[in-house]
Every structure is written in structure tokens, then in C-alpha cells.
Design a protein around this ligand. Structure first.
Ligand SMILES: [Zn+2]
Length: 283
């Protein structure tokens, strides 16, 4: 029930005039990816961001020294949904008047696709999570043995207790990707702008690789206020996008939007032992 309420709140946010969305911009621009407001300084921008410095379970991390175990497969059940893409720069505070709960969930950053179909879910760790939005980073935030991929997709979910689960998919240079192209075509260029297209639907199933083997660890949001308690599943296999598409995305964002890797401290990274294959869902 609460999930439904939150969906309604998101929708209210979408129908608010663009001026209202702009209102929070000065607040949001307190942090960024470059210079004195870049990731190395997030923790000292204000006390509300202190976890970015002091947290002991921060994301992203380098995925090396994993423990191979027999992890349960993640059951993906994503449905077609109309496109709602919002460009709110790096702004989190824009949404504050809505509710504390909204502010406490994964901040939307850059060009974010809001996914309103409440039937798009995953079953992860025996828990049902609702897909809320997805967005992209370039270069990748997670690394494998210090190696970055050119891009990384984040599919952000939450369960009934408002706990976040993020599924990350690495994106490597290769074939042209028609599903990513739909996103590129729709992405708004200006901060505060959003684009809705009810004619066209997207199903994020198309942004998953065939093999759903994953790394799993406990971390945080990769943007201020860097809240912890986020369960991460990073798929082992990348998907392909063309060099041209990577270039287009980078032009759109205008700068790198990846937080550097964080200390692992005593955390374990688990890696599933057996390949599990994507099951194509019929509608
Ligand atoms: Zn992200």
C-alpha cells in the first residue's frame, strides 16, 4: 500500500510545473562531480553529507577478491512502461517538500527514467522489490580489478520497508543497442526538464545481459547523502552499446558522473558460482 502511495507522490512530482522543479536547484548544485564540490569533497559540504566521508559501507567498490557461493538467482519481471525521462542534474533536494521518505530513497541524478508500472519487480533475497527508476553513469562506478567499463546502468528498486536494492549492469563498447537508443532519443537536455512519451514503451528486460550471474555486497548510494543499507547486485556480464552511443551519452551529461571506488573495509563480496540465464517474459 505504501508503495502505491509513493508512486502517486512521484506522479505529483511529474505534473508540477518546471519552475517548481527549478526551485531546488541551488540546493542540488551544492555537490557535483568536479572541482571543489566533487566526490572527494562531498563529506565536508555539510553535516548531512558526513556519511560520504565517515561511512564504513560506501559504494562503489572494486570487485576483486570475491567469495564464490551458490547465490539464489534474481527473478526479474519487468514490464513495458511508457517513457518518463527527467533531467534534474544532481538534485536531490528538489523533492523534499513531498515527503521525507522520498528524500530518503535513492537520489535521482542525471537523466533518470522513472518507471511507473507497479508490476515491474524483482525477487531478490526472498524479498519483492519494485522497480522505481533507472539511470546511467559514465564511466562505470564499480570496477573489476581496477578496470572501468565505459558505462554502468543502475536499476533502482525498493521493497515495502523502503529498503533499496540496486541492480547494476556494466556497458561495454560493441554493437549498437536499440533500447539504449530509445533512451538517448528521449533524454532531456536541460536540468529541470522532463519528457513523457506515452506512445513509446520501454522494457528494461532488454537492458539485461543473457547471463544473470552477479556479484553481491552491502553498500550505499553513490551520491550524497551517501546513505548506507543498499543491497547491490552487479551483473557479471556486460551489455553492448556502440562507441557512438557512449559518445552521445557523455555529450548529454557533459562530464564524468562516476564516484571513485570506496574502501571495502571488512565487507565480503559474494559471486554466484553458476551461470543463470534470463527467462524471456511473455506479455
Ligand atoms: Zn547510480
Amino acid at each position: 500500500m505504501r508503495a502505491v502511495l509513493l508512486m502517486v507522490l512521484w506522479m505529483i512530482a511529474l505534473v508540477l510545473p518546471a519552475e517548481w522543479l527549478h526551485a531546488g536547484e541551488s540546493e542540488g548544485s551544492r555537490w557535483g562531480y568536479e572541482g571543489s564540490v566533487g566526490p572527494l569533497h562531498w563529506g565536508s559540504i555539510g553535516p548531512e553529507f558526513s556519511l560520504c566521508d565517515k561511512g564504513m559501507a560506501q559504494s562503489p567498490i572494486d570487485l576483486l577478491r570475491t567469495y564464490k557461493v551458490d547465490l539464489a538467482r534474481i527473478e526479474f519481471s519487468y514490464k513495458d512502461s511508457p517513457f518518463h525521462v527527467i533531467n534534474n542534474g544532481h538534485t536531490l533536494e528538489e523533492l523534499e517538500p513531498l515527503s521525507e521518505q522520498v528524500a530518503s530513497r535513492y537520489p535521482r541524478h542525471g537523466q533518470t527514467v522513472l518507471h511507473f508500472d507497479k508490476d515491474s519487480t524483482i525477487v531478490f533475497d526472498e524479498d519483492l522489490y519494485l522497480l522505481e527508476q533507472f539511470h546511467f553513469h559514465s564511466p562505470s562506478e564499480h570496477t573489476v580489478d581496477q578496470k572501468h567499463y565505459p558505462m554502468e546502468l543502475h536499476l533502482v528498486h525498493h521493497n515495502e520497508r523502503h529498503e533499496a536494492a540496486v541492480v547494476a549492469v556494466f556497458m561495454e563498447e560493441g554493437k549498437h543497442n536499440p533500447f539504449f537508443e530509445t533512451f538517448l532519443e528521449h533524454a532531456p537536455k536541460k536540468v529541470g526538464e522532463f519528457i513523457e512519451d506515452h506512445e513509446r514503451a520501454i522494457n528494461p528486460m532488454n537492458l539485461l545481459p543473457k547471463n544473470l550471474t552477479y556479484y553481491r555486497y552491502f553498500g550505499s548510494y553513490t551520491t550524497p547523502p551517501c546513505y548506507e543499507g543498499v543491497i547491490w547486485a552487479i551483473l557479471h556480464d556486460p551489455i553492448e552499446v556502440s562507441a557512438e552511443q557512449i559518445r552521445k551519452f557523455r555529450t548529454l551529461v557533459g562530464h564524468d558522473n562516476a564516484r571513485p571506488t570506496q574502501p571495502r573495509h571488512k565487507r565480503f563480496v559474494l559471486e554466484s558460482t553458476y551461470p543463470t540465464t534470463k527467462v524471456e517474459t511473455k506479455r
